[in-house]
Ligand binder design. Sequence first.
Ligand SMILES: [Fe+2]
Ligand SMILES: [Fe+2]
Length: 179
Amino acid sequence: MADSDFTRLLAAQVGNEFSASQQYIAVAAWFEQQTLPELAAFFYRQAVEERNHAMMLLKFQMDTDREAHLPGVAEPRSEFADPAEPIRLALEQERRVTDQITAMATAARAEADYQAEQFMQWFLKEQVEEVSSMNDLLRIVEHAGANVLLVEDYLTREAAKAGGGGVDPTAPPAAGGAL
Ligand SMILES: [Fe+2]
Ligand SMILES: [Fe+2]
């Protein structure tokens, strides 16, 4: 098991999720500097979610007697030309993560690692939501065009409807607890 494809992909994915988290902090900070607080808040929240994903993977490594290894992360992009650009980047990132998660599920099944296969089910479902919500946000930004404040209003209304969200009880446990 130590040298399995799934084990290697799992270790790499800890880094990928932390990279995603760093990228979303960079995007959030860019929006904050543009004085677009709802877009900033959306990406700060997203950054915490990605951090939690990394900590779930780390916990699974430890729970299954794999080595808990923290890879370094590359510097994120932090300069953007307009409000649509970071959201396009975020959508590409979510699609890339979906491919990574799919590769992990494929490896788990090929190796008859049913615990790993079951563990990956939540991440597959999560990626459907992540790609869909980023797609929605990109469309809203494109509809709003030059009037980005409409996007801020949209996010305020959506946040009010969601009523604070709350913790997903079906999520795998995170190392040290989810934030
Ligand atoms: Fe993630
Ligand atoms: Fe994500």
